[in-house]
Design a protein around this ligand. Structure first.
Ligand code: 3PG
Length: 217
């Protein structure tokens, strides 16, 4: 499956970018997000617990797409694949990472924000990219501009996205999904406030579906 097919088929086009600091938080956090209507997660490898969290969440919710994020080198790519990740996300791209990804059938979203970076991704056959860090890289205006030379490229912006600016991104034709950490505030995770996270997820799922349906009309 391509990244675009995976992301465009999601019932909710918002993907929480998750940092796991306690392994026992992985299941209740995933449960809160899925119960609220979130369709897919990106578990970052920013902590040593990321891979174990992916395995546990996949065992508990086998039908839900769970990706590995902050995958920065070929070794991490292989680790994430073995942990059971359904898709792989990188904040940028190197030729080593792009070559490794070409050897796997897993959907891969390399990071790209400039025209040259988009071209490098396309050159290796990756037409869906992570646009990171979105807000400081020109935001929705930059994505609109990139749609001119790259009509076949889809973007997943992350970095600085909030409930308030989500609409500016999801209304764009070339944005297939958006991601970020605002659904999993660290303070709520530390305090294990899963109900509040479920409410945030539910609010965002409803909002994002309404925004995306405006685009398809
Ligand atoms: C990511 O890796 O996508 C970002 O760290 C998410 O950015 P945010 O924390 O600003 O949402």
């Amino acid at each position: 499956m391509t990244s675009d097919a995976l992301l465009s088929g999601l019932s909710c086009p918002v993907i929480p970018v998750v940092v796991i600091e306690e392994i026992d938080h992985a299941i209740p956090l995933a449960e809160a997000l899925f119960s609220g209507g979130i369709a897919a997660l990106e578990i970052t490898l920013r902590t040593d617990l990321g891979l174990e969290a992916i395995s546990r969440i996949k065992a508990q919710f086998p039908e839900k797409p769970v990706g590995a994020g902050t995958v920065c080198n070929p070794e991490q790519f292989g680790d994430a694949a073995r942990a059971g990740a359904d898709f792989i996300v990188s904040p940028g791209a190197t030729s080593a990472l792009l070559s490794t990804a070409s050897n796997y059938s897993l959907p891969f979203l390399p990071g790209a924000v400039t025209a040259s970076e988009v071209l490098c991704a396309m050159d290796k056959g990756f037409n869906t990219v992570k646009f990171f860090p979105a807000e400081t890289s020109g935001g929705a205006a930059a994505l609109r501009a990139l749609s001119g030379p790259f009509p076949s490229v889809s973007f997943m912006p992350t970095g600085g996205i909030t409930r308030e600016n989500l609409g500016a991104y999801l209304r764009l034709q070339n944005v297939v999904a958006a991601g970020g950490s605002w659904l999993t505030p660290r303070a709520l995770c530390v305090a294990q406030q899963w109900e509040q996270i479920q409410q945030l997820a539910s609010d965002t799922a409803n909002l994002s579906r309404a925004l995306k349906s405006e685009v398809s009309q």
